[in-house]
Design a protein around this ligand. Structure first.
Ligand SMILES: *Cc1c(COP(=O)(O)O)cnc(C)c1O
Length: 393
């Protein structure tokens, strides 16, 4: 099997699993208790909290454990809307946010909030000037993702955050794809809230965190006990938290070498696809791009058929995002960067890990060449297109 869907989820690293195991077996104490079995768990939770805080230049008490990226996004946006609604009811996000942000915004629109969805350019970049113009006196929150999960484009977060702060507006970023792949400093980048998720960086599923800057007055997401400074009640997911801490430590240590390996594979793959498959285009920014992301569209191809044929060869990839595949709606991200519906349907997302090899890239290109040719041979539209091209000559 060749796994090329690391934006959907990653393999839990063996050392992460190893770190978690004792917290299922001998060290099962509740961190809120006072006997030593419980305080061992509490120590483990705090040690993970310290790793996460240091990884983004935050303080320990600014890290709140959640059940993952979706919960962090929901919490940040809903709670900010509630806490700051006396000041105004206007929120700004981009058109290419993850559904955890977009659907939360739609929920708020039904409850009297107004949301501006910023357009992006053909590379998927948010223009800081467009953001500046969208700001109103009643804007209370700006939420722009750090890097896009479908096309890999990295947004100018520090600049966008600065514009938010010049206008006294809270700035949240969904950094689920960026965290562990790119260096992040919340102070230098003007970030007030940041969402991250364990399973996107070789950690376990169902655990993540929300960074909340000291002084941001958002309320609790889960009401109950005093855990997470009363802002997110419920007995801590100790094994998950330990796993997230171990995954973050591992990701920070190897970020540089991992990035180098992945960029080399990424650019090799993009180069071969562009050179060897006709009517293929790269989606997303060519350089301001996640090290592991390749997203291409093939004209006259139906993405789902391509995925099924790749799967028969043992290759796991994605068309659009995992959340949209299976539905017939084309990806909102690909439409936002100006693709036509049929181009969006013919897109393929390949997201690498440092374990992938050049030989695997070669296999993928060779398989794709055949698959694309076979699907085009079955397409009446492609046949018409070729006839017209020939007539031109
Ligand atoms: C995966 C992802 C999420 C959701 O994270 P979960 O932990 O799966 O809930 C949110 N935002 C982005 C950009 C993602 O890639």
């Amino acid at each position: 099997m060749i796994y090329l869907d690391n934006a959907a989820t990653t393999k839990t690293a063996p050392e992460v699993v190893e770190a978690m195991l004792p917290y299922f077996t001998e060290m099962y104490g509740n961190p809120s208790t006072i006997y030593s079995l419980g305080s061992e768990s509490k120590k483990a939770v705090n040690s993970a909290r310290r790793i996460l805080a240091e990884s983004i230049g935050a303080k320990m008490e600014e890290i709140y454990f959640t059940a993952g990226g979706s919960e962090s996004d929901n919490w940040a946006i809903k709670a900010a809307a509630e806490a700051y609604c006396a000041k105004g009811k206007h929120i700004i996000v981009s058109r290419i946010e993850h559904h955890a942000v977009l659907h939360t915004c739609e929920y708020l629109e039904k409850r009297g909030f107004e949301v501006t969805y910023l357009e992006v350019d053909r590379d998927g970049m948010v223009d800081p000037e467009t953001l500046r113009k969208a700001i109103r006196p009643d804007t209370i929150l700006i939420s722009i993702m750090f890097a896009n999960n479908e096309i890999g484009t990295i947004e100018p977060i520090a600049q966008l955050g600065q514009i938010a702060h010049e206008n006294g507006i809270l700035f949240h970023t969904d950094a689920v794809q960026a965290y562990g792949q790119l260096p992040i400093r919340v102070d230098e980048m003007n970030i007030d809230m940041l969402s991250a998720s364990g399973h996107k960086l070789n950690g376990p599923k169902g655990i993540g965190f929300l960074y909340i800057r000291t002084g941001v007055k958002i309320g609790s997401f889960v009401h109950g006990g005093a855990q997470e400074r009363r802002r997110r009640a419920g007995t801590e997911n100790v094994p998950g938290i330990v796993g997230l801490g171990a995954a973050a430590k591992r990701a920070m240590e190897r970020m540089e070498s991992k990035t180098e390996t992945e960029i080399a594979l990424r650019d090799y793959l993009i180069g071969r696809l562009e050179r060897e498959i006709p009517y293929c285009r790269l989606n997303g920014h060519r350089t301001r791009r996640l090290p592991n992301n390749v997203n291409v569209s093939f004209d006259y191809i139906e993405g789902e058929s391509m995925l099924i044929m790749l799967d028969m060869k043992g290759i796991c990839a994605s068309s659009g995002s995992a959340c949209t595949s299976g539905s017939l709606d084309p990806s909102h991200v690909l439409l936002a960067i100006g693709l036509k519906h049929e181009q969006a349907h013919g897109s393929l997302r390949i997201t690498l890990s440092e374990e992938n090899t050049r030989e695997e890239m070669d296999i993928v290109v060779d398989e794709l060449k055949q698959i694309v040719q076979r699907l085009r041979d079955m397409s009446p539209l492609y046949e018409d297109f070729i006839k017209k091209e020939k007539a031109k000559d």
